[in-house]
Design a protein around this ligand. Structure first.
Ligand code: SF4
Length: 223
């Protein structure tokens, strides 16, 4: 598997924010989100080949049993289930972070963290059709198959209409598994957006997700 980054950090987002975690970032993503904070990982060749066994040996150095597999877009990779199986068999709980561009069955994971890509992600210089960035059928199938959370990136108040539309197309889902998080690469932007977004989460009954890596490291990669 082509690995772009391997590091140890606190999970920054979602239900497990604050959990010490090993991160494996797979190289490659077919999307080009306007605010992508891992553009260096989007090329499918932007990494080094590693076996899961070699990564497992390195993971023993860190005091955690939580692994986050992220990207890029992990679900774009063939052979993902067999790759993850090595870590699951060794006793790691695995969170898989994805934009859910397609459904993949039989992954040995304890949480799928789905970040649907809404219209606010579209880069006018590299536009992507809605059918290529938002696969409602795949999101629904992943929600049925795995323990899940939905994480929406919110850049501006009008994005909330887009989220309501996406949720309406998905059908009834538990609002406590829906996290909204501010789009921000820098600490000052994060704080400014957090204030109005937190108020909205209270009104709507959704969870507010922090972005600890932005608060703690102010946008530095590999943290
Ligand atoms: S899906 Fe993720 S990795 Fe891919 S372009 Fe969007 S933010 Fe970047």
């Amino acid at each position: 598997m082509k690995i772009n980054e391997f590091f140890y950090a606190l999970q920054g987002e979602g239900q497990l924010a604050g959990t010490p975690s090993v991160f494996i970032r797979l190289a490659g993503c077919p999307l080009r989100c306007r605010w992508c904070d891992t553009a260096y990982a989007r090329d499918f060749q932007a990494g080094t080949d590693h076996t899961p066994e070699s990564l497992l040996a390195r993971m023993a150095d860190f005091p955690t049993r939580h692994l986050v597999v992220t990207g890029g877009e992990p679900l774009a990779h063939e052979g993902l289930a067999a790759f993850l199986e090595v870590f699951a068999k060794a006793g790691y709980r695995i969170t898989l972070e994805t934009a859910a561009l397609r459904f993949v069955a039989d992954l040995p994971i304890s949480l799928i963290s789905i970040s649907p890509k809404l219209s606010n992600s579209v880069d006018p210089d590299a536009p992507v059709a809605e059918t290529d960035r938002l696969n409602i059928d795949a999101i629904g199938a992943l929600i049925d198959a795995y323990r899940w959370q939905l994480k929406f990136v919110v850049d501006r108040p009008q994005d909330l209409d887009d989220i309501a539309d996406c949720l309406g197309r998905l059908g009834p889902v538990d609002p406590e598994r829906i996290c909204l998080m501010p789009q921000a690469a820098r600490r000052d932007d994060y704080i400014e957006k957090s204030i109005w977004l937190a108020e909205y989460c209270l009104q709507a009954g959704f969870c507010f997700s922090p972005r600890l890596h932005v608060m703690l490291h102010n946008g530095r990669p590999g943290k």
